[in-house]
Design a binder for this molecule. Structure first.
Ligand code: NCD
Ligand code: ZN
Length: 373
């Protein structure tokens, strides 16, 4: 395996990066403004209550729609709960903002096939989220064995309901950096084989193995990719000391995996689309002896993606990845309006209010190269 020195926390650099950035700089004068169809975020954590009110506006400013994750306490397990949560989200938005929350249900060992039929009829609920029990933040109610939900997966396949998958094994003896690749090999392969028409999104992929699996799978298997997994590798978590704001799950991986994700994102394949996994946690629950997993990016999400695409001279591929492929996967129309990014250096705030507490964003201490107008 080749190991490369990386200069972080700016964008991880590789020889390909330098070649592509030469190409990019040749275009610089003609590409300082970028207009995109308004993008959608197909993986977002909005929380609830005062925390929801603090963060919802950031996403609504940039995105037309977002697929809202159901890992509240208690989790959102029924259509009725999802519709009530949707109302709370709409009420938390700044006045006059047009934003559509797309809802998800949290799959548990006890989810019934009736709930699948209700999801299919609901319109507002777009998917079930599968968390292996104990895999990540608020996943205690997750599925303890895939076999427990086979009846429900069969109903989802029949009704055309999407399954969003947190793809990590949870065996505590499995190395944390291997958990996704092993899940792909053991569990995902089996689900795709046993449910050949089930629509699946492998969420926040972080490895070459996951990207290769999704590329080779049928067209109804897609994946979301976060900005942090496109911009950073696992060395970023330990640069100059331990950096809790770079800790999310699945955890950042080696540089070779980051490169594979960038290749997938810029490939033009409609299977790969934007999902930030922006996951706000209060500063004191990240900067502590047992810090929570999750990176907050929704204040500058599209700018972070622009930076990742621009770094490899592929800014022209951002519109389809951010604004088209996800909507197509979910059978939704493209958003009707546009957003504009300017190539302009700026520094986002170092922290934001989060209810009575504060959140530290992933961009802390960084200058960004693109800014949404
Ligand atoms: C997410 C959260 O905080 O809710 N955390 C994370 O590290 N991504 C949960 C998740 O998506 O795994
Ligand atoms: Zn998530």
């Amino acid at each position: 395996m080749r190991l490369r020195a990386v200069r972080l926390p700016s964008v991880a650099r590789s020889p390909q990066f330098f070649l592509n950035s030469l190409a990019a700089s040749a275009l610089e004068n003609v590409s300082d403004t970028l207009t995109l169809t308004r993008p959608d975020d197909f993986h977002l954590h909005l929380r609830d209550g005062a925390a929801l009110a603090s963060v919802a506006g950031f996403t609504a400013r940039q995105f037309g729609r977002a697929l809202v994750m159901p890992n509240l306490k208690p989790p959102v397990t029924t259509v009725a709960m999802a519709l009530a949560y949707r109302d709370r989200i709409l009420r938390a938005l700044p006045a006059g903002v047009a934003f559509e929350p797309l809802m998800t249900l949290y799959l548990t060992d006890r989810t019934g096939v009736d709930e699948v039929a209700r999801v299919a009829e609901s319109g507002a609920v777009k998917a079930f989220k599968y968390y292996p029990a104990g895999a990540t933040t608020n996943s205690d109610s997750g599925v303890t064995s895939l076999k427990n939900v086979y009846g429900v997966l069969d109903a989802m396949q029949r009704h055309g309901v999407v399954l969003c998958v947190h793809g990590e094994v949870t065996d505590p003896a499995t190395d944390v950096f291997d958990r996704e690749a092993i899940f792909v090999e053991q569990s995902l392969t089996q689900v795709v084989r046993d449910f050949p028409a089930l629509r699946i999104v492998v969420e926040h992929i972080t490895t070459r193995e996951a990207a290769d699996f999704v590329s080779a799978a049928p067209a109804h298997v897609g994946a979301t990719i976060t900005p942090q997994h496109l911009l950073y590798n696992r060395t970023s978590i330990f640069t100059g000391g331990i950096r809790p704001h770079f800790y999310c799950l699945p955890i950042l991986k080696r540089e070779t995996h980051r490169e594979a994700l960038v290749e997938a994102a810029i490939s033009g394949s409609p299977k790969f689309f934007l999902g930030t996994d922006s996951a706000p946690h209060a500063r004191n629950s990240k900067e502590t002896c047992c810090g929570a997993a999750g990176c907050f990016t929704s204040h500058a999400a599209i700018e972070l993606y622009a930076e990742a695409f621009d770094a490899v001279g592929a800014i022209d591929k951002l519109d389809a990845f951010a604004s088209r492929f996800g909507a197509e996967f979910y059978g939704l129309p493209r958003n009707a309006d546009t957003i504009t990014l300017l190539r302009e250096s700026w520094s986002p705030p170092e922290e934001f209010a989060f209810g009575n507490e504060t959140i530290v964003p992933l961009t802390q201490g960084r200058t960004l190269a693109w800014k949404m107008q």
